[in-house]
Ligand binder design. Sequence first.
Ligand SMILES: Nc1ncnc2c1ncn2[C@@H]1O[C@H](COP(=O)(O)OP(=O)(O)OP(=O)(O)O)[C@@H](O)[C@H]1O
Ligand SMILES: [Mg+2]
Length: 226
Amino acid sequence: MIKLEHISKTFKTGSTSQKVLDNVNFQINDNDFITIKGPSGCGKSTLLGITSLLLSPDHDIRSALYYDDFKVNFKKEKQLESLRMHNIGMVFQSTNLISSLSVLENVLLPVDYKIIPRRDAIEKAKLLLTKVGLREKKNFKISLLSGGEAQRVSIVRALMNDPKVLFCDEPTGALDKETSSEILELLLEFSKENNSALVIVTHDNDIWMSGKRKVILEGGRLIENP
Ligand SMILES: Nc1ncnc2c1ncn2[C@@H]1O[C@H](COP(=O)(O)OP(=O)(O)OP(=O)(O)O)[C@@H](O)[C@H]1O
Ligand SMILES: [Mg+2]
């Protein structure tokens, strides 16, 4: 469970300041399937960034972000890293894969070998790559893959640490309709198997409609089930 209380975010550049999130209160429960949409630039990626602890919110005496019952301290980088590693998987639109590395090397990047021995991690990676139909390509460089294949690799990478919540920021933005629905199927299947929550930011109305909880971000605020 992740809980946001009174979360705001203001970006200041030079003399201008822009309040992107305005007193957001929101909770992500175990097993949730949440879809979020909103106009470009409304703050969806910012919201995911804060919730996944990659960005800190504005300082406000009332604001708090909880992972289960644990109150996050955004000043403690080590704590943030550890919470991320144990709780969060991230899939981005631009897959953030390293094109000069192979499929397998990319998938193994987030793994902490103090937690999973390397041999077990490789076995797990191969199993997941088999599920997404890419085992045969495990030694291919990312640059040789199609957009949909690369997206499947980034999903496998996000799942390597058994995340409790999987955040996807426009995971199908660069894909055609058919590949998009395949990717959505995969995400749903994995979150069901792992008992994890799934949060998808999307511009695709069909994907947004498929969410169990449908949310719009507008004017810095979240509106649920509009
Ligand atoms: N580091 C930053 N510094 C200054 N402004 C920023 C920064 N990051 C984001 N912004 C601004 O905050 C607003 C929200 O950005 P964000 O990326 O969260 O939007 P979004 O809803 O994800 O948009 P899109 O649908 O296009 O991906 C934008 O106007 C953006 O320019
Ligand atoms: Mg975005």
